[in-house]
Design a protein around this ligand. Structure first.
Ligand code: C2E
Ligand code: MG
Ligand code: MG
Ligand code: MG
Length: 278
């Protein structure tokens, strides 16, 4: 950041700095407001069973921040901002509640037991009441915790202290299942992994998109071996081509997610997709 001499050249103004600062505060305030008035949106990307003819068995809830003009702001941008300004618990609970309602609706419409993945920020794991809060929201929405898979990124997990184990155990006790997201990017120690109560590994899409011919293909294969040894289910995310799909299926991945199967859909479009793909 630089200060510039004002027009008179006599003193330095801070206009550059102020504009930048005000812009940040503006964005923060708009985010707080969007969360409070419920103007964020949640979209649902179908997850298919690669061992059962690519039938849709669940979805991942992904948050969006629509803008009055122009495209939505990406969660890659505003989720870190929400963490920074201390509104991630509120945002996370709101997304969770929307996801539970959509899950219930999807199950009612199809008469099937589907499941839903919801992303949880590592910051939310600092809340010792997280498990009881999420359990209450799920039950109020008419779904059981067993239908909910909470996704925690490998890198996020590594930032957290060892006390995280207690919160994870409470989530398990409440009946939720846990997925380690973006696996392969976070350099977790394998010994630690064996002590954490995860049921699912999601290999990072960078490795999937590198398959079958790039160096990432070896990671896809070794993550699969690791998951199998630990008794975890495997999800390949970011599957875009038939070649990638064939590769992950040959390497034992039970579930697939990616543009090849479906893009993230509105709640209505997701339920319609479920019905049309019966
Ligand atoms: P993620 O949990 O790994 O989610 C998968 C991301 O990959 C999503 O990006 C999805 O749209 C994208 N994707 C899915 N299939 C494909 C594909 O075939 N090709 C490509 N190139 N991309 C694909 P999105 O929605 O932008 O989300 C980015 C990240 O933001 C998520 O990564 C997750 O870590 C975070 N996020 C999203 N929603 C939430 C939320 O409600 N709470 C929290 N804490 N984080 C969230
Ligand atoms: Mg995820
Ligand atoms: Mg991921
Ligand atoms: Mg590829």
């Amino acid at each position: 950041r630089r200060d510039y001499p004002d027009e008179s050249g006599l003193c330095w103004s801070h206009s550059g700095l102020e504009a930048e600062y005000q812009e940040d505060v503006g964005l923060e305030n708009r985010l707080r407001q969007a969360i409070e008035e419920g103007s964020l949106r949640v979209v649902y990307q179908p997850i298919v069973d690669l061992t059962a003819g690519n039938r849709i068995v669940g979805a991942e809830a992904l948050v969006r921040w629509p803008q009055p003009s122009g495209p939505s702001i990406s969660p890659g941008v505003f989720v870190p901002l929400a963490e920074e300004i201390g509104v991630i618990d509120q945002l996370g609970q709101w997304v969770f509640e929307q996801a539970c309602r959509t899950l219930r609706h999807g199950c009612e419409q199809t008469g099937r037991t589907l499941w839903m993945s919801v992303n949880v920020s590592p910051r939310q794991l600092a809340n010792s009441a997280l498990a009881s809060e999420l359990e209450r929201i799920a039950r109020q929405a008419g779904v059981t915790p067993a239908q909910i898979r909470l996704e925690i990124t490998e890198s996020g997990l590594m930032q957290q202290a060892d006390s995280i184990g207690t919160v994870l155990e409470r989530l398990i006790t409440a009946g939720f299942s846990l997925a380690l997201d973006d696996f392969g990017t976070g350099h977790s120690s394998l010994s630690r992994l064996t002590h954490l109560p995860f049921q699912v590994l999601k290999v990072d899409r960078a490795f999937v998109s590198d398959s079958p011919n790039g160096p990432g293909a070896a990671v896809v294969a070794s993550v699969s071996t690791l998951a199998e040894a630990l008794g975890l289910k495997r999800v390949a995310e970011g599957v875009e081509t038939a070649e990638e799909a064939a590769y992950v299926r040959e390497h034992g991945y039970e579930f697939g997610q990616g543009f090849l199967y479906a893009e993230p859909l509105s709640a209505e479009a997701f339920v319609a997709r479920l019905l049309s793909s019966e």
